[in-house]
Ligand binder design. Sequence first.
Ligand SMILES: *[C@@H]1O[C@H](CO)[C@@H](O)[C@H](O)[C@H]1NC(C)=O
Length: 263
Amino acid sequence: MKVIAILLLVAVAQNANGIRIKNKEAVRFRIENRVIGGQTAEVGFAPYQISLQDPFYGHFCGGAIIHKDWVLTASHCVVGSEPEDMVVVTGTNEWKKPGATYQVTEIHTHCNYDVPSMANDIAILRLNSSIEFDSVTQPVPLQTKPMQEGDEVILTGWGSTVLWGGSPDKLQKVYLKYVPYDKCLEQLFYDPDLDYGHMCTFTREGEGACHGDSGGPLVSGGYLVGLVNWGYPCAVGVPDVHASPLFYYDWIRNKISGNSQCG
Ligand SMILES: *[C@@H]1O[C@H](CO)[C@@H](O)[C@H](O)[C@H]1NC(C)=O
């Protein structure tokens, strides 16, 4: 079963939106963000959550605060864009009501993004000024230890609950479980696009990411364990696939310290 992601450009030609949807059609697609089967998150529930916004068209991807000057997201959210094409909104559960807004000064996509297909879908953005932390705005530490099968993972995002639906104003949350690589591979019918830099989550049909908050955070035990990458539409009963900050730990540290070489 050869599947290819589809990129649907919504609103903004350059800013591809949301999770990369895989399906059986050989077309590339990309749409806006949503979480399926979730609930509205309480204020301050995910203080590391950011909304990546087009200055004119609004929210197009999620991301995570990992440092006062840096946020992580997915490469497919920002590839081909310029820093002035986007702003980072922090400190809010409602993307239309920013707690604070920052400009982006540097976009670092992974130099092997999409090589091989769907791999290395991670990016780090530098902000124009340091984020001011408060009760609803905090960094999330990067995962440093491998996860165990069944570990609880919280996905947050501004997502609709239906395929092709609109983005809700309020942040959604959904509780998922970590699925180890081998099991994920099997459950994805040995999809060759599943890479070691990915991590998988699943609970059951009807829950999960759907075009959903690409770049958005998955957190387990207080640590950032994933950034939404791709899945089959939508919450159909197979795992969702995310970039693993553990796998990219050195890449992230090197970008922040300015020693970045690719790879
Ligand atoms: C950074 O960008 C924000 C949003 O445009 C702006 O309000 C703020 O003054 C900027 N900070 C600096 C240091 O330029």
